[in-house]
Ligand binder design. Structure first.
Ligand code: TA6
Length: 327
């Protein structure tokens, strides 16, 4: 696994060509490319990558509040989406894993008849995990004043040949209990939003944030299509928060499958024409046609952490239909 790091970012590239880049500012994933070098995330051409404001694109990490919460005493002073995305994280290290398949079964022997085939199969199972850390002592004075609780967060970004996983573990290191929300604000890159449909949200209840005040509804259609400003906080039905995969299709072909672990909500956001115009760091202005935010999170309620408690949540974005191999 090739690896490069400097003062501002970390990049890892698998032997098969896939790569991921993470900015230390916000531990924001700013690039995820497949083996052919095709970018999978949308990043605004005007995104600030110098730490002057949260990154417009990639995967900003939302913690400890989603949006703003004027009625929530502990987080009401915080800026929109909290401080995780605007704090400098520490790079803790990398680990690679090479679970080389052993050519013992007849099925494997049939597909790997040459040495080259065996090497390709072995490389296909390689992955790299990058770990980042943030704790209360690493916050800016301003953030610490606005949210004076002791915490420790570990954010792991794992690149596989056909998927990307981001995993957050937050621990309460304080003597008091505190409450938080967590969300991974993933900007997926799509070719043409008018050809996109999203499955997995059928019968899910949602809060529509484009109405004033926000309204609640239940999705009746099997798929969601986007043809105007969309800003919905879904709570998909299911016995466990990770039971319903969300699939983003383009011309009915699966492009991404988003899996959730302990994240019960999914926000679907596209600013459309007017809102994109209103964001100085959103470029090009018609870039809304090439992005779709699908954001797994725990934002419908507050996660209450007693002293010593931890919250862990993760998303895995699989290329294609969610099989282990890209289709
Ligand atoms: O996740 C959707 C959302 O909360 C929208 O309401 C929208 O405003 C967006 O995030 C972007 O927020 P930002 O603070 O990055 O401009």
């Amino acid at each position: 696994v090739a690896f490069s790091a400097d003062n501002s970012s970390v990049t890892a590239t698998l032997p098969t060509g896939e790569s991921v880049s993470v900015l230390l500012y916000g531990a924001t994933v700013i690039s995820w490319k497949d083996k052919d070098g095709h970018e999978k995330l949308w990043l605004s051409e005007a995104a600030k990558l110098d730490g002057s404001k949260p990154v417009r694109g990639g995967i900003p990490l939302v913690f400890p509040v989603f949006g703003t919460a004027p009625d929530h005493a502990q987080t009401k002073s915080l800026p929109q989406h909290g401080f995780a995305r605007s704090s400098r994280w520490e790079f803790l290290g990398k680990s690679t894993s090479e679970s080389t398949p052993t050519p013992t079964t007849p099925a494997f022997a049939a597909t790997a008849t040459s040495a080259a085939g065996a090497v390709a199969a072995a490389a296909a199972d390689m992955s790299v995990k990058l770990d980042f850390g943030l704790s209360s002592s690493g916050l800016s004075e301003d953030a610490r004043q606005k949210w004076p609780y002791a915490f420790n967060a570990i954010y792991s970004v794992t690149l596989n040949t056909d998927s990307l996983t981001t995993n957050l573990v937050v621990t309460n290191d304080d003597e008091r209990s505190w409450e938080c929300q967590v969300l991974m604000h993933t900007y997926l890159r799509v070719e043409d939003i008018s050809s996109v449909s999203i499955s997995g949200l059928s019968s899910a209840s949602y809060v529509d944030k484009t109405t004033s005040p926000p309204s609640t509804a239940t999705q009746t259609s099997p798929v969601l299509t986007i043809s105007s400003e969309t800003d919905r906080v879904y709570t998909p039905a299911g016995d466990s928060p990770d039971s319903v995969p969300i699939t983003v299709l383009s011309n009915d072909k699966p492009k991404f499958t988003v899996l959730r672990d302990n994240l019960s909500n999914v926000v679907v956001w596209n600013p459309w024409i007017e809102k994109a115009k209103g964001m100085a760091d959103f470029e090009p202005k018609d870039g809304y046609k090439n992005m779709l935010c699908v954001e797994p999170g725990a934002v419908g309620t507050w996660q209450v952490l007693e002293p010593g408690d931890a919250f862990e949540g993760a998303q895995t974005i699989v290329l294609g239909g969610g099989k282990t191999q890209q289709d």
